[in-house]
Design a protein around this ligand. Structure first.
Ligand SMILES: [Zn+2]
Length: 133
């Protein structure tokens, strides 16, 4: 087994151990679009820490995951959900939501007013600046 693969598996196990806590925190819903009754996967919000850290993790559905990973597939209609979920008290979710809203800012006319009225704790604001996807 290569070292890289071994490391990958360890990380995967590390993330899986967060599953129970994320189910509790999210109410078994996608933490971005609130889809329920769907498969949820753990998403790590960059910058990725050396060791898996639940404070960097959230549960997302396949639709959100695909659009996170593939910017050209990001559909402003899907991300209307962020108008609600961007007010989350969970820093990782909020930082990621703000990153997405900034990405969509020039692509949907409902986004700029939302960003204007948003209050962000300083640590979330600086985290959102560091996200690259
Ligand atoms: Zn979702």
């Amino acid at each position: 087994m290569s070292k890289g693969l071994h490391h990958h598996q360890q990380r995967h196990q590390g993330l899986n151990q967060f599953g129970k806590e994320l189910i509790r925190r999210s109410g078994a819903k996608c933490e971005l679009c609130e889809a329920s009754g769907v498969k949820l996967v753990v998403f790590e919000v960059p910058p990725i820490p050396p060791e898996p850290d639940i404070d960097h993790c959230l549960f997302v559905c396949d639709t959100c995951l695909e659009q996170l990973k593939t910017p050209r597939k990001r559909d402003p209609d899907h991300w209307h959900c962020l108008a609600r979920t961007v007010w989350t008290p969970i820093p990782a979710v909020q930082a990621l939501a703000v990153y997405l809203l900034r990405y969509l800012e020039n692509r949907a006319d409902w986004v700029p007013p939302l960003l204007d009225e948003l209050y962000l704790p300083p640590e979330v604001a600086s985290w959102a600046e560091k996200i690259e996807l």
